[in-house]
Design a protein around this ligand. Structure first.
Ligand code: GLV
Ligand code: GLV
Length: 324
């Protein structure tokens, strides 16, 4: 008999067929308590769980006593209680490599569109306001040869540094737990403490996971350290930034602009004050959302679950130590 698996994300047909070849799949819309209640038997017998979003916590795990592996279609896994998974010897797989270049592209898009006010001026032209040549009211600020500070020099931070350095001649600063020799030798990146990075950067780009340590790492005090001409880009996780403090800083001129792909609450409520600010470029968490990359993530997630349930884990495993 094929192992039972719960799927809570729709997959392209060929990947769904592959999953069906290996497992007996129950597809549900999410992993909310209501859904679990509706499909209690399937959750109770499932050895695998594949999807993205939703909380995978002790309560869900208690309803899934046969579970051996989770496979998330994402690089971030802040929605998983990893301690609870470890206690129950459940493997957690993610997709850390396939989306790197695409998320770095998104970050660069936010850098350019905030600095050059692309969405704002697009609306302006389409509203028929282009009556004569533009003046200072429509000017932006330069990106090339400015200083870009990266919080979190992981794979995505490195791919961003590459774009900024070679494409735009930018000077790169970074703040990370470990020294990154490749970033330093290839892109001339300079490691510095958070305070120095915030003070010296023209663009501060956040590419950090959400953890207890990074929650509200950027609040009112940190925003005050930034230059009034500086721009904050967040494409990591929303709660790394105190959104209320950011809204205040963008309103009172502490900060020039912000480009946000992530928010404290997602979807960001339509009446959130931050969405009313002209100096905010907002995206709906599309860092990895291209046809090619979302396919690649789904493919990797399917392969990850097959590998994990066959006892073969690799670099895509968050907690390989529990297997030993
Ligand atoms: C997207 O935010 C991801 O974690 O993959
Ligand atoms: C999960 O972490 C996601 O937001 O994609």
């Amino acid at each position: 008999m094929k192992p039972a698996v719960i799927l809570y994300k729709s997959l392209p047909d060929d990947l769904r067929a592959k999953l069906d070849d290996h497992f007996s799949v129950t597809e549900v819309k999410d992993v909310s308590p209501e859904t679990v209640k509706q499909h209690a038997e399937q959750f109770a017998s499932a050895q695998g769980l594949l999807g993205s979003g939703g909380k995978v916590d002790d309560e869900l795990l208690a309803a899934m006593p046969a579970l051996r592996a989770c496979s998330t279609v994402s690089v971030g896994y802040d929605n998983f209680d990893v301690d609870a998974l470890n206690q129950r010897h459940v493997l957690l797989m993610h997709t850390p490599t396939v989306l790197t270049e695409t998320v770095a592209d998104t970050m660069m898009a936010l850098v350019l569109s905030t600095a050059r006010r692309v969405p704002e001026l697009d609306k302006w032209v389409k509203a028929g306001q282009w009556q004569k040549s533009v003046g200072p009211a429509e000017f932006g600020i330069d990106v090339h040869h400015k200083t870009l500070g990266i919080l979190g020099m992981g794979r995505i931070g490195l791919a961003l540094a590459q774009r900024a350095h070679f494409g735009f001649g930018m000077n790169i600063l970074y703040n990370a737990r470990r020294q990154h020799e490749e970033a330093e030798s290839r892109f001339g990146a300079r490691a510095c403490d958070l305070e120095t990075l915030l003070k010296e950067s023209d663009f501060v780009c956040i590419s950090l996971p959400l953890t207890e340590q990074t929650h509200h790492m950027i609040g009112a005090a940190q925003l005050k350290l930034m230059k009034p001409s500086a721009i904050l880009i967040n494409a990591g996780r929303g709660p790394v930034v105190d959104e209320q403090a950011l809204t205040a800083a963008l309103k009172d001129g502490t900060l020039h602009a912000a480009g946000l792909d992530v928010f404290e609450v997602e979807p960001v409520p339509a009446d959130a004050e931050i969405l009313t600010l002209p100096n905010v470029v907002a995206l709906p968490h599309i860092g990895s959302a291209t046809h090619e990359t979302r396919y690649g993530m789904a493919r990797d997630a399917v392969d990850n679950l097959i590998a994990a349930l066959n006892g073969k884990v690799d670099k895509n495993c968050v907690n390989p130590q529990i297997q030993a």
